[in-house]
Design a protein. Structure first.
Lengths: 486, 118, 687
């Protein structure tokens, strides 16, 4: 029987899940809570969770294994959890006005967001392949529904169905990989897995490569890396835009958390085997994502491909498997969360009715209509390209530096070249905004104060990360992991 | 390898049982009136159209899905009941939490009207 | 109190933010003026408090600077330098020492007065808010420049003032010339900045730091560090100082990069006063004075600095003789005076250079503002040939302008006398007779052309149109009050350097580090051997003679006659001077034409080779590739499905029906991806 004390350390996850369930229940009583009230409840519970998380972080110096080694609390987990909470809170802020205008029931929406986030928190802390898988499914199932939340919209339905079918497939592959690894090593606990796999590999077990390749295929699917990215554009375009932002930021962050944890701690002893796979996938993602984005006219679709490319950049840092590699990954995803949230918030602001206002041409003349918004968008695009003085710049610099230091110069070269390519499609929007005349002369109505707040906040964060990266690097350095067996 | 023996036995038993049951049915069943047996409803109701070019009411699916969910979840109760003594109070609380979550889901679908057939 | 130094640049930047972004278009002119001037005024007040606080602090008593790092800006990671691996971090930090105190005082004080003046001057202009936004932004950048405790922050300020200079020169962007002048300033400065950055790189790669308080004491204690051969036969000190000096020639308008400054007069006159006379253009002098340790260890570069400075001083002064635009006269005079400062800096008389910088800031700002007042009264007319006799209409302006002219001419007891004397004295003391001669000649020319301007503008009879004459009026108090305050400054600012008393030199002493070893400055002591009185009297006499000559030629009722007579007597010289030695034309014919020719050549190369083969080729490849990946699903995957469908027999038709939807295709891609991973693993696994 586990020590009841350990449940206290699980309190943030429990709290968030309970809040989700509560919101679900309350939403069905009578006419339920309104959109705004649900959102406030959700934000409040996120806030409480954050406080709780802080308390947990304070009470656990270093790292601690819980529940027979299936759950871990360390700096790495705390970093991702904080990031996930921030991303979720931003998503809720993005959603308020959107849900109001869409006219769907809101209670379940926020409840599902909270449940998905509780799954993500568990992912960040999972230390056994099964815990991680259950947590992943918690996140994924909620995400499928969220992607299809606009059930009267064809594209939303399509997105949900594709996401669900392919997600289920990938989960199956992942689970298959886990079972093979279990067969080879006799354990699913990451720490023991590393040792077990080393032994099994030495004996020439075929289960080992098959197992980890299947496992990594499932993980690559979740982070949307080529060639497992195929679902991304359709789902990103079809899902309600706040959910797209959520998938691109929070879901991606949580998936990277488990990817890094599994590769470093569970498969660390196989580094010599998986480094080539990771390199290939990273290079393919950078090339494919950036090249395919070139011809996209829909901004959401373009951002989807760009998110694939960014997965490639991050994988490059993971591959470096060094201290600088890891903290640059964490720093990059921290910056990326704000950048991508801000960019999607801009998309959201310009969307009208159903899916109108999403093409590049809809950004024409924005600089004349709403100079402030145009400037904000420029900040995000500049950051996505990786130009100073934004967080995206330092993120990329450190990632490339880590890759070069670890001897992956050719990969860094691919990264630099594809970044240069990305300049073209990001700045196409800038050209539209500043050099084309708009059909309309009226300023974009600033529909929701929350939305404008998010945009401003994200822009400020992006700039601060670029002008004063030091404290954030320290934060990222608090979440370092060691590659097992190195 | 010996640890997999029960599985082998289990598989063999399953195959044998199925074969035996189907064989027995074939041998024992009443021959004839095949057309009647192929009707969707053997109770005598006339089927209006064929199943594959006509859609069932969505409610069938909903009820079926809900049934499957709650049915599968109750499976967890069996091992718990078997080991109830050893799991003691902790196990009891755990199961109650599990059931509470299940009940939340139940209350939710109830309140949302998923159980109403109208 | 001096802990608050960080607030000084923040206040004007806040003003720029308020006027330029937050409250853009929402404030009336009055409110804009209050915000802009108020915040700069506060900064000036705070600067005084900070200087006071520092002077009373134990650091100052111990001849130590006060320094604060506020945050790490770029944690650049480990870099390899000749003395081991260093963790290079560039922080944003400020340094308060006597030198930055002087600059702080000049910048905030003069800056504040010019802000005040601008309220009146710009009252009837469009873009009032834009103007003050830029002006505040400039103040913020300039303060960063003088307060930064390392070269990186200095460079941020350096580029920041460059940007503001560009924006303000092109302030009247609806006319043709100002935007061109702005671009010219920007481009010419880029040349200098490039060298500047190269110099900084050399410093970073050798020492792993850009911080003044880490670099200079270390170098001063061990000069061998920078005296070994570095590159192209130059020592490190020589290379770095040469690069930095090229940067300074751009910013401070020295030969050969001075051409932008006269054109920069296209901006509003208060801008010329603030940026192109008192503060920004002196940044180069400040930087050389700041880097004095390096310059002392690079005697040949110092000599070059002195020669270039002297040459610029003389060259620009001669051009000033023949200009008819009142602002152009002042512009060339600024170039000339900056040359003076570099002459001093090159002679290792850094305190003299900074001293002249300070006095010059007062009297040149005064002269520019005075000219602004004249132009204001003349309804935008800048040609002195159409002025004359303004003494009566603009008494306040006349008196203050006269004070400024006396100051720049070096008449006792005005400020210019003391600082100029200091410089000539330094040249003499170091035995540089040629430089002394050039300096003296320049002083005479300066006095001459300044009084030429005074006579042409204020004396004689009015030569403008009737309308202009009718319109003549003294400027409002927001303009005349700053004039008077600056006039007081132009008189008393020199007294701190009273020969023999020399408070100023002692004050700056802690900043001028003397490197150890035989390179000890020898002239400083020798200088006092020659009596200080005789050169002063010589200079004074020369200036007085020059003024007398000017009054003979241009004074009284002669109007333009005297000047015309001289021009006719030496037509070639006059043509040479009034055309500014054709330097612009020379640059146009060589640099600009050459640049265009190269550009055209490259363009042809581009069009034929790069565009034809590479870019278009790459574009086709890229487009093809992206189309390929876009249609990948449609054709390749479907094709594969078809392949599967045809190779397998009729039973696979069921499969095809399942896969006809794109989701199925996607799933197939996933499967293929997995297959690819396995293949990759098989191909690349080790052992």
């Amino acid at each position: 029987m586990p020590d009841p004390q350990e449940f206290l350390l699980l309190a943030p996850e429990i709290l968030l899940a309970s809040a989700g369930l509560l919101l679900l229940l309350v939403g069905t009583i009578g006419r339920g809570l309104g959109n705004r009230h649900s959102a406030v409840v959700a934000l409040a519970s996120l806030f409480l969770t954050a406080i709780d998380l802080y308390a947990v972080g304070r009470s656990v110096p270093g790292s601690r294994l819980l529940f027979h080694g299936t759950f871990v609390i360390d700096g790495f987990a705390l970093f991702w959890k904080s990031l996930i909470l921030i991303a979720t809170a931003l998503t809720i802020l993005l959603s308020i006005r959107y849900m109001e205008e869409a006219g769907y029931r809101a209670g379940e929406y926020y409840a599902l967001l909270l449940l998905a986030s509780s799954g993500m928190l568990l992912m960040a802390s999972g230390y056994s392949l099964l815990t991680i898988w259950i947590a992943l499914e918690t996140m994924a199932l909620a995400s499928y529904i969220l992607a299809g939340y606009f059930k009267r919209h064809l594209r939303s339905n399509e997105a949900a169905l594709k996401y669900f079918i392919l997600g289920a497939l990938s989960s199956g592959i992942l689970l298959y990989g886990i079972s093979l690894l279990y067969g080879a090593a006799g354990t699913v606990q990451l720490g023991e897995l590393a040792r077990g796999l080393e032994l099994a590999r030495a004996q020439g077990s075929l289960l080992v490569p098959l197992g980890w390749i299947l496992l990594s295929a499932g993980l690559f699917f979740k982070v949307a890396a080529v060639p497992f990215h195929i679902w991304t554009p359709d789902v990103y375009v079809g899902a309600p835009t706040p959910i797209t932002a959520y998938l691109a930021a929070a879901s991606k962050a949580a998936s990277f958390a488990i990817l890094i944890r599994i590769f470093y701690e569970g498969l660390g002893t196989l580094y010599g085997d998986w480094k080539w796979i990771l390199a290939g996938v990273a290079a393919a993602s950078m090339i494919w994502g950036n090249v395919a984005a070139l011809i996209q006219d829909n901004v959401k679709r373009m951002l989807a491909y760009s998110s694939i490319a960014h997965a490639g950049y991050v994988l490059m840092g993971v591959l470096a498997a060094s201290e600088i590699g890891l903290w640059s990954v964490l720093y990059y995803l921290l910056a990326y969360t704000f950048i991508t949230m801000g960019a999607f918030a801009m998309v959201l602001l310009l969307e009208r009715r159903e899916y109108a206002g999403e093409t590049c041409a809809d950004y024409a003349g924005l600089a004349q209509r709403s100079p402030f918004l145009a400037a904000m968008m420029v900040i995000f695009l500049v950051a996505l390209t990786g130009i100073p003085p934004t967080g995206g710049f330092f993120g990329k610099v450190y990632l490339f530096a880590a890759a070069v230091q670890a001897g992956w110069t050719w990969l860094a070269a691919v990264g630099v070249v594809t970044s240069a390519i990305s300049l073209y499609y990001y700045f196409r929007i800038v050209v539209y905004m500043y050099q084309t005349d708009s059909a309309e002369a009226t300023p974009v109505p600033l529909r929701a104060p929350a939305l404008v707040t998010v945009i401003t906040l994200c822009a400020v964060a992006t700039l601060v990360l670029g002008l004063y990266p030091e404290p954030f690097i320290q934060i990222a350095k608090s979440g370092l992991l060691v590659v097992a067996g190195r | 390898m010996t640890s997999y023996l029960p599985i082998l036995v289990f598989t063999l038993v399953a195959v044998l049982f199925l074969t035996a049951a189907l064989l027995a049915a074939r041998l024992l069943r009443h021959a004839g009136s095949a057309s009647m047996n192929l009707e969707p409803y053997e109770c005598g109701n006339e089927a209006l159209t064929f199943a594959h070019d006509h859609r069932f009411s969505i409610r069938y699916y909903l009820i079926a899905v809900l049934f499957v969910i709650f049915d599968v979840e109750t499976v967890f109760l069996f091992p718990w009941a078997v080991l109830f003594d050893q799991l003691a109070l902790f196990g009891f609380i755990e199961m109650m939490v599990f059931l509470a979550i299940l009940v939340v889901g139940y209350v939710y679908i109830w309140n949302r009207g998923a159980l109403r057939w109208v | 109190m001096h802990e608050l130094v960080w607030l000084i640049p923040v206040l004007p930047l806040l003003g720029a933010l308020l006027n330029g972004v937050v409250l853009k278009g929402r404030l009336g002119k009055n409110a804009v003026a209050w915000v802009a001037c108020g915040l700069v005024g506060l900064a000036a007040l705070l600067a005084l408090l900070v200087i006071g606080g520092y002077l009373g602090s134990p650091e100052h008593a111990a001849h130590q600077p006060f320094e604060r790092d506020y945050y790490t800006w770029m944690p650049a990671g480990a870099i390899t330098t000749p003395d081991g691996v260093k963790d290079l971090t560039v922080s944003v930090g400020f340094l308060v020492d006597p030198l930055s105190c002087v600059m702080l005082f000049v910048v905030t004080f003069v800056g504040f007065l010019i802000h005040l003046y601008s309220v009146g001057y710009m009252a009837h202009e469009d873009g009032f808010q834009r103007y003050f936004t830029y002006l505040n932004l400039f103040m913020g950048a300039m303060l960063l420049l003088v307060l930064g405790n390392n070269y990186a922050v200095l460079f941020v300020g350096w580029e920041g003032v460059g940007l503001c200079s560009y924006l303000l020169i092109g302030f009247y962007f609806k006319q043709d010339f100002p935007p061109y002048a702005g671009r010219k300033a920007f481009l010419v400065n880029r040349i200098g900045d490039f060298a500047f950055v190269v110099g900084l790189f050399a410093l970073v790669s050798s020492f792993g730091t850009l911080k003044f308080t880490e670099l200079f004491p270390r170098i001063a204690a061990n000069p061998a560090l920078v005296q070994g051969s570095y590159v192209l036969g130059l020592s490190l000190a020589s290379f770095v100082t040469l690069c930095l000096f090229i940067g300074a020639t751009g910013k401070s308008a020295q030969i050969p990069l001075f051409v932008w400054l006269p054109d920069a007069m296209a901006g509003p006159t208060p801008v010329s006063a603030l940026i192109h006379a008192a503060t920004m253009v002196t940044a180069g002098v400040y930087m050389v004075a700041r880097s004095n340790v390096l310059y002392q260890l690079a005697p040949e570069i110092s000599q070059l600095v002195a020669v270039i400075g002297a040459a610029t001083a003389l060259f620009a002064a001669t051009i000033g003789l023949a200009q008819t635009d009142i602002k152009k006269v002042l512009a060339y005079s600024t170039v000339s005076q900056l040359g003076y400062m570099f002459l001093a800096a090159g002679l290792a008389a850094y305190s003299a250079a900074v001293f002249h910088l300070m006095t010059h800031a007062f009297f040149k700002a005064l002269l520019f503002l005075g000219s602004g007042s004249v132009i204001h009264a003349m309804g935008g007319e800048q040609d002195m040939r159409k002025m004359g006799g303004l003494k009566a209409a603009l008494p306040q302006t006349y008196r203050t302008f006269l004070i400024g002219a006396l100051a720049i001419a070096g008449i006792f007891p005005f400020a210019g006398f003391f600082s100029k004397d200091e410089i000539l004295h330094a040249a003499l003391g170091r035995g540089q007779w040629a430089l002394y001669g050039v300096g003296l000649l320049t002083a005479a020319l300066t006095a001459f052309y300044m009084f030429r301007a005074v006579y042409m503008t204020f004396h004689g009879s009015f030569r403008g149109s009737h309308e202009q004459e009718h319109h003549l009026h003294e400027s409002p108090p927001t303009m005349t009050v700053p004039l008077w305050i600056l006039a007081v400054g132009a008189v008393v600012a020199g007294w701190v350097g009273f020969p023999g008393w020399n408070v100023f030199e002692h004050f700056l002493e802690p900043v001028i580090l003397r490197p150890a070893g035989p390179a000890e400055a020898e002239g400083a002591v020798a200088g006092h051997a020659i009596g200080a009185l005789i050169p002063a009297i010589v200079a004074l006499t020369v200036a007085a003679l020059a003024i007398f000559a000017a009054s003979r030629v241009f004074g009284g009722d002669r109007g333009l006659e005297g000047g015309r007579a001289w021009a006719e007597r030496f037509p070639r010289v006059h043509r040479l001077l009034s055309n500014k030695y054709w330097v612009d034309e020379l640059y146009d014919a060589t640099v600009v034409r050459g640049f265009w020719a190269t550009a055209r050549g490259l363009f042809r190369f581009d069009a034929s080779f790069i565009d034809g083969l590479l870019v278009n080729g790459a574009r086709h490849v890229t487009v093809a590739f992206s189309l390929l990946s876009g249609v990948f699903d449609k054709y390749v995957v479907d094709g594969l499905v078809n392949l599967v469908g045809t190779t397998l027999d009729a039973g696979s038709r069921t499969l095809r029906r399942v896969q006809s939807g794109s989701v199925g295709n996607y799933a197939l891609v996933l499967a293929m991806g997995m297959f690819a991973l396995v293949c990759l693993y098989m191909a690349l696994r080790q052992g």
